[in-house]
Design a protein around this ligand. Structure first.
Ligand code: CP
Ligand code: NVA
Length: 334
């Protein structure tokens, strides 16, 4: 039997702070239930006659496909709309597009540049809007990350996550808040230039304190990762920042996750995993790395027994499904 909190009905997700701590953890539980249900071969109808618009300004493999299959698995539909496909922001304001799509669809998942665009869609569409990544936040990613940690370690408590890399990007911002809300210790290892934004850090610190954990930022990765159970990284150059590539590679080279850094946790052979939201530059097999080889993580770590990146990427689908079901399904328990 599936069960989730009533308060999630009709809710938008702009960033993790949109939900209470209990609601965020409940969504992760619902995702685990939906995963078990799918693994048991059940394709239900929780989203029957529900249609979701996917507005994407940036490219995506996981978020796009997770959203489409999440809807389809439960009898719903999803339509993928890129900027060139629709008038969005060109011939029609975001506010007008929101009001049009809100009359047609039951929900909207947005991936793009500005957090303000996502918030405007939520304000004017009259339907739940989910942030599938903006320049500032990537909340649906972190639901999947927390589910992966919980599945692997059995619990989220007494866990330290060390994020190593660009400490102020969308993934880092949301991971810091997600850890704070889940009572997970968070360490950010990043050069001074990429220190988390002060307001974002301060907001997460209040939540972390309330849940009995702390947040620490280090510029020395070897020192920062000591005692960590999860080493997490992301690309060094996020979508939209491509002009900074050379500078970032130079700045972040000492922050590559390799076996030396894994050993520096002191947890080899114990409670330790590697996570990456993906896509990852871990080998020579991409256009960007065909000459340079690995950037933010070595192939050795990526392919190691510690790496849970494909569980994590699968969990994108189950957690996005939990968001859709909890917001749109008319029945609370099935
Ligand atoms: N992690 C993530 O959001 O992947 P995509 O960019 O492929 O959606
Ligand atoms: N920080 C990355 C995450 C991709 C999933 C980006 O914004 O490109």
């Amino acid at each position: 039997m599936l069960n989730w909190m009533d308060s999630l009905k009709g809710r938008s997700l702009m960033r993790l702070a949109s939900f209470s701590d209990e609601e965020m953890l409940d969504l992760i539980d619902l995702a685990a239930q939906l995963k078990a249900r799918r693994n048991a071969g059940v394709r239900g109808d929780l989203l029957k006659r529900k249609n979701i618009a996917l507005i994407f300004e940036k490219s995506s493999t996981r978020t796009r496909n997770s959203s489409i299959i999440a809807a389809r698995d439960e009898g719903g539909g999803a339509e993928y709309l890129t900027r060139p496909d629709i008038h969005f922001g060109k011939k029609e304001s975001v506010k007008d597009t929101a009001r049009v799509l809100g009359r047609i669809y039951d929900g909207i998942l947005f991936r793009g540049f500005s957090q303000k665009t996502c918030e405007e869609l939520a304000e004017y569409s009259g339907v739940p809007v989910w942030n599938g990544l903006t320049d500032d936040y990537h909340p649906t990613q972190i639901l999947a990350d927390l589910l992966t940690i919980k599945e692997t370690f059995g619990d989220l408590k007494n866990t330290t996550v060390a994020y190593v890399g660009d400490g102020r990007n969308n993934v880092a911002n949301s991971l810091m808040m997600g850890c704070a809300k889940a009572g997970v210790r968070y360490v950010c290892c990043t050069p001074k230039e990429l220190w988390p934004d002060e307001a974002v850090l301060a907001e997460a610190e209040v939540v972390a304190k309330r849940n009995g954990v702390d947040i620490n930022v280090y510029d020395d990765p070897q020192k920062g990762v000591r005692g960590a159970n999860v080493l997490y990284t992301d690309v060094w150059v996020s979508m939209g920042e491509e002009s900074k590539t050379a500078e970032r590679i130079k700045m972040l080279k000492p922050y590559q996750i390799n076996m030396d850094l894994m050993r520096a946790t002191g947890n080899i052979g114990g409670k330790l995993m590697f996570l990456h939201c993906l896509s990852a530059f871990h080998d020579f097999n991409t256009e960007v790395t065909k000459e340079s080889g690995a950037l933010e993580v070595t192939d050795e770590v990526f392919e190691s027994q510690y790496s849970k990146v494909f569980d994590e990427s699968e969990n994108r689908m189950h957690t996005i499904k939990a968001l859709f079901v909890s917001a749109l399904c008319d029945r609370k328990s099935i």
